[in-house]
Design a protein around this ligand. Structure first.
Ligand code: ADP
Ligand code: ADP
Length: 235
């Protein structure tokens, strides 16, 4: 099953052509590393796939739903099964961890309709994903380190009922090697359950160890795709 298909996707910011014609397919359960120099268009492509920004031209199909450029944008409902974990997290700093989960649950996690249920669910997921995480559902997000906020963000993303696609943009930037390893172990487990994962990272060793495939972007297009296994060591 193909979860993501893009054909000829373009996007410009004024005179800057951020995407010049992206063709990419990602299958269910596949981890794809997206690499390329700064300005190659990686983040823009991620935002388009997450439905956070419209593209100008081309076809984007995510989780079986074709999205015309005009349908995309903030609040697009076509992208229910997609979550993105950012470097700068989208958690509300003034709320607790449980309250943040509860807040998003009102839209996308209806089974967690109570704050206590949300707190328990995120605690369970954090225990699974990041043993020794040191986060309590009652902690105020503003009081947490960046690394811990990021763990909460990723745990929240993986609570979505049917997660078709998880987008990770430099997820280990503020994590130590052990936490990064734990995160990637969990990413592999999510993939084994059918979630497609797109990973942007400058740490090529990490990308090669976790990804099935590496896609290289240059000047707003995917210019090469290779199985990760052929490119470096895997454990
Ligand atoms: P990458 O993630 O590979 O570094 P980006 O997608 O961030 O690449 O950027 C691609 C191009 O689009 C760059 O030239 C960048 O300056 C430009 N760009 C990205 N986002 C914006 C924006 N919000 N406004 C204007 N230009 C942007
Ligand atoms: P709405 O119906 O208000 O658009 P969503 O179901 O799209 O709500 O979003 C619910 C929660 O998930 C919000 O807290 C929002 O910030 C977060 N969210 C939505 N889309 C994304 C995304 N692509 N990546 C990360 N978080 C997202």
């Amino acid at each position: 099953r193909t979860v993501v298909t893009t054909r000829g996707v373009t996007k410009a910011y004024g005179r800057t052509r951020a995407l010049t014609g992206v063709d990419l397919d990602v299958r269910a359960g596949e981890v794809v590393g997206l690499v390329g120099h700064n300005g190659a268009g990686k983040s823009t492509l991620m935002r388009v796939l997450a439905g956070l920004e419209p593209c100008d031209q081309g076809t984007v199909v995510v989780g079986g739903t074709q999205v015309s450029p005009r349908d995309a944008g903030p609040g697009a409902t076509a992208f229910r099964g997609v979550r993105m974990a950012y470097q700068e997290t989208s958690l509300c700093p003034d709320l607790t961890v449980a309250e943040n989960i509860w807040l998003s649950s009102r839209h996308c996690l209806p089974r967690l309709g109570w704050r206590r249920a949300a707190g328990a669910a995120v605690r369970r997921r954090l225990d699974e994903m990041f043993p020794g995480h040191g986060v309590s559902p009652r902690d105020r997000v503003a009081d947490l380190s960046i690394a811990r906020r990021q763990m909460v963000e990723i745990a929240r993303a993986s609570l979505v009922d049917r997660l078709d696609l998880l987008i990770l943009d430099e997820p280990t930037e503020s994590l130590g090697p052990d936490a990064a390893r734990t995160l990637y172990d969990h990413v592999r487990r999510l993939a084994a359950r059918g979630t497609a994962v797109l990973l942007i990272s400058h740490r090529i060793g990490e990308v090669l160890s976790v990804a099935d495939r590496v896609a290289v972007m240059r000047d707003g297009a995917v210019v090469a795709e290779r199985p990760a296994a052929g490119l470096g060591e895997r454990d």
